[in-house]
Design a binder for this molecule. Structure first.
Ligand SMILES: Cc1ncc(COP(=O)(O)O)c(C=O)c1O
Length: 379
């Protein structure tokens, strides 16, 4: 029998994400869908995009979906449609992907950062009162790693101040909060179909979903050069359209999403079950009434960098989402923040580690990852 590293399951790498396993399973369906678009020769704003908009809106439990070029564009367009303009302030959590803040900056507005709750990594609702000013024009809430933020107090605060709430639902499509899907909780929600997301395209794509016909119409206009009617522009927009090939691919993948979601949840349960015996490691939590979709399975450990190195040497992939909170990014140096301003976010940035997570992950791979973590802890 061969003893080469490839043949030995103990030395087989476990990547943090393996999209090739998914393509192997659904490649034939995808190719049929792409062929259909090629045969139609309709590539922009056609039937596939319209059908995807209806299907994603339905999944989120809202009336409208507007396909756009990326999750970042979805944020920029939603903020703009909600009335955010240059010099306005927008409240955003500091522990997130940079796009949440840079979408605000793209409009010439100022992101005003807020800290997170350490146990969920999501916006701490108590922070809103501390950070709001007379210039605050909107709130962006991120559902990080696939877990909804605590929306009830956030929505109550926003209602009292008459501020629109935009959900950054880039990582949490299919998740729910107290019986309602993420994407249906705020005034508008932004989805990213970046290839690594739970529902990922084969390139960039995104969508805004909303119950408001006015917001949907405005975003439809803005994504297409501000044209309210053909060749008649009423305001400056740009080209941010989701193309038909991506839409057709996403429609195929959407049919598998609930199965993939269940697989992710079952992997997460297995990780958490095995890690209960591991001292010093905090597993992700899903509070009562929240359905977590585990875009990431993110643990927390004090010696994070050493663990990541240890795992890497054993061919176990892991990623730090995110090593720098937004207030400490060079991009936002001019805002004058210092280390210590948002302690929960800063600590999370030093301690979080996302382990291998994708639907096709196998039980023995999960067991191996946890065994190595245990080895690290006990040595
Ligand atoms: C939380 C969050 N917001 C926004 C984005 C931006 O989405 P996109 O890459 O599709 O522009 C992403 C993903 O990249 C994200 O994870």
């Amino acid at each position: 029998m061969s003893t080469s590293p490839q043949a030995n399951p103990l030395s087989e790498p476990v990547p943090q994400l393996d999209l090739t396993a998914q393509y192997a399973a659904i490649g034939a369906e995808i190719r049929t869908a792409v062929e259909r678009v090629l045969a139609s020769q309709q590539f922009v704003l056609g039937r596939e995009g319209a059908a995807l908009e209806a299907e994603i809106a339905n999944l989120c439990g809202v009336a409208h979906g507007v396909g756009v070029a990326s999750g970042t564009d979805a944020l920029i367009l939603a903020l703009r449609a909600c009335g955010v303009r240059a010099c306005d302030e927008v409240l955003v959590p500091t522990f997130t992907f940079v796009a949440t803040g840079s979408a605000v900056s793209a409009l010439g507005a100022k992101p005003v950062f807020a800290d997170i709750r350490p146990e969920t990594y999501n916006l701490d609702p108590a922070e809103l009162e501390r950070r709001v000013t007379l210039r605050t024009r909107a709130i962006v809430v991120v559902h990080l790693y696939g877990l909804a933020a605590d929306m009830e107090p956030i929505l109550a605060f926003a209602k009292a101040r008459q501020l629109p709430v935009i959900e950054d639902n880039a990582q949490a499509i299919g998740a729910s909060y107290k019986g309602r899907r993420t994407g249906s909780l705020g005034d508008a929600a932004c989805i990213s179909f970046y290839p690594t997301k739970n529902l990922g395209a084969y390139g960039d794509a995104g969508m805004v979903v909303t119950n408001s016909p006015q917001l949907a119409e405005r975003i439809r206009t803005l994504r297409n050069h501000g044209q309210a009617a053909k060749y008649l522009s009423s305001e400056p927009g740009w080209n941010s359209r989701l193309d038909e090939i991506q839409a057709a691919i996403l429609r195929v993948k959407l049919r598998h999403l609930s199965n993939w979601q269940r697989a992710r949840q079952s992997h997460a349960a297995e990780y958490s079950r095995l890690l209960t015996q591991t001292p010093g490691v905090m597993s992700p939590i899903a509070p009562e009434g929240y359905e977590h979709v585990y875009h990431q399975y993110t643990i927390r450990i004090e010696r994070r960098d050493a663990l990541q190195k240890f795992l890497g040497e054993r061919k176990i992939g892991s990623t730090v989402y995110y090593p720098y909170p937004l207030h400490l990014q060079p991009l936002y140096a001019s805002l004058g923040h210092n280390a210590g301003d948002f302690p929960h976010s800063e600590r999370a940035a030093q301690e979080v580690l996302s382990l291998p997570m994708y639907p096709e992950l196998r039980r023995e791979q999960i067991a191996r990852v946890v065994e190595y973590i245990n080895d690290f802890i006990t040595h």
